[in-house]
Design a protein around this ligand. Structure first.
Ligand code: 6LW
Length: 499
């Protein structure tokens, strides 16, 4: 069959995958968004459906007032002895921890802390032993992978943390994962940082502690030399054998816009590439160690079809699965029903690194049409294209006294300006945003009339401008009111269009 990358679109970075029973499970980092750690299920590795999150209670993850792109960093999911484990770092509290569940569709445990620093923690289970590794800097200032053994019931360290590898000398040695394949231990990691120099490297050895011999042709995967190619920043990967014996790497990457001065605003997404093990027991990725947008593969039958959801509405999404909040929300400000959403403003605005009244879906592709009928009863109610508190485009109805205005406000760093506004006769209107690679366009439909509020560039919401580790989220929000009345959101439709 032929499949297209990315395999999961939109801001779903740092994929980790495991198999259990006859299915596959994938988790991603979530930073300051709540619930934490989106969890997906698949039957065939190509089609993924979100089934929940691992961190669904405030007691599991501290997110209060944390900075954007702080919080939950890269995660690792493993299945051992009938139990699922997910380990991650809360980078804002600098704590590595894990949670577990015996029911993948149910709740996960309270967090169990592990006293080893660094980010990108990961498990390797063998017999009764649990190896726990993460990145760090050794006493000589070198990038390192540290490993210890823990008691999986309590998280207690059973051995001191030891350096097991220094990588190949690239900057930001991250995402260590250990696998035992045909009696050899393979340690795979990323280097180069999560931007344009990103890459996957690996080494192998005879024991979980090494010594590890690096693959001679590292990096085994990178797109850093593919100037002008859309897919960039590939790295941070997971190696997995499917139920039929074939090997794959899931990894992150992003889709850049522009050839020379590039930008990307959809965040880091999930990509899939086939892996071949050779007679000498070293492996390679794809045909030339790069990630391609279209992959033709014989060992997935043609009967497997890659099916993409192109429309997201209040009816075909679930509030607690598909949607997300900024940090821990004040649920009293939300009434979310099957066909309708009501939001009440709080004193917190979208400009604050806090939890404004906001509920969002990730923007998954460039060409999208978003529309929603909004009735403003108090303050400002609208749609925001949200990168972080300093970079967001807000499109809203605003009520002051008896006057109702439709506004488009651009927030780009320190520049915050209402760029266009128009007085309308009613407090109900449909707001419509259309986007392509380069621009978002904004239209208000009120009383049967279409009012054009112009456009804004995608570039200023990109990672290159805003920084951070996330991507654009399409948020419905309310702010700046008296915090008394709810505003109504109806007929939300987000449709992805062919280019
Ligand atoms: C993550 C690290 C990385 O923990 O970015 O691309 C960090 N890799 O491994 C945040 O996602």
């Amino acid at each position: 069959m032929k499949f297209r990358n990315p395999i999961v679109k939109g801001f779903y970075p740092d994929p980790s995958v495991c198999k259990a029973n006859d299915k596959y499970y994938l988790v991603c980092s979530s930073f300051h968004y709540y619930p934490g750690v989106p969890l997906f299920e698949s039957d065939d590795l190509v089609n993924w459906r979100q089934i929940g999150h691992c961190l669904t209670r405030q007691s599991q993850v501290y997110l209060e007032n944390i900075e954007s792109s702080g919080g939950v960093f890269a995660c690792n999911i493993r299945y051992d002895n009938g139990r699922f484990y997910m380990t991650t770092t809360n980078n804002s509290t600098q704590q590595n921890f894990y949670v577990w569940t015996d029911d993948i569709y149910g709740e996960w445990s309270e967090p169990i802390n592990v006293d080893q620093g660094g980010i990108d923690p990961s498990f390797y289970f063998e017999g009764n032993s649990t190896y726990f590794m993460s990145n760090g800097i050794d006493e000589n200032g070198r990038n390192s992978i540290f490993q210890c053994e823990i008691d999986i019931e309590t998280g207690e360290k059973l051995t001191p943390s030891r350096v097991i590898w220094h990588g190949t000398g690239g900057r930001y040695l991250e995402s260590p994962h250990l696998y035992k394949i045909n009696d050899l231990y393979y340690l795979m990691a990323a280097e180069g940082g999560t931007e344009y120099g990103h890459m996957i490297i690996y080494a192998r050895g005879d024991s979980p502690y090494g010594p590890f011999e690096a693959y001679l042709n590292n990096p085994v995967l990178t797109n850093r030399n593919l100037g002008g190619y859309e897919i960039q920043g590939v790295g941070h990967g997971e190696l997995i054998q499917d139920h039929h014996g074939n090997w794959w790497i899931f990894h992150l990457g992003f889709r850049q816009i522009g050839r020379w001065i590039m930008h990307h605003h959809l965040g880091r997404e999930v990509f899939l590439m086939p892996v071949t093990f050779h007679q000498d027991k070293w492996f390679t990725v794809g045909s030339d160690g790069t990630t391609q947008d279209e992959v033709e593969i014989m060992h997935i039958p043609n009967t497997t079809k890659q099916i993409e959801q192109t429309q997201y509405t209040f009816h075909n999404t679930k509030w607690d699965i598909d949607w997300c909040y900024l940090r821990y929300p004040d649920k009293a400000n939300y009434i979310a029903q099957e066909s309708e959403l009501k939001l009440r403003s709080s004193l917190i605005t979208l400009d604050m690194a806090n939890s404004p009244t906001f509920i969002g879906l990730r923007q998954r592709d460039f060409h999208v049409e978003i529309s929603c009928e909004i009735r403003v009863n108090d303050g400002e109610a609208g749609i925001t294209l949200y990168m972080d508190e300093n970079h967001h485009y807000d499109f809203a109805l605003r009520k002051s006294g008896n006057t109702i205005e439709a506004i488009k406000r651009l927030n780009i760093g320190d520049i915050k300006s209402i760029h266009k506004q128009s007085i309308i006769n009613s407090n109900i209107a449909t707001l419509k945003i259309t986007s392509n690679h380069e621009t978002y366009s904004f239209q208000v439909i009120s009383d049967g009339k279409v009012i054009d509020l112009g456009f804004a560039q995608t570039r200023y919401l990109s990672s290159e401008v805003a920084g951070g580790f996330t991507g654009v989220v399409i948020g419905l929000y309310a702010q700046d009111g008296t915090c008394s009345e709810f505003n109504d959101f109806n007929d939300f439709i987000c449709t992805y269009l062919d280019e």
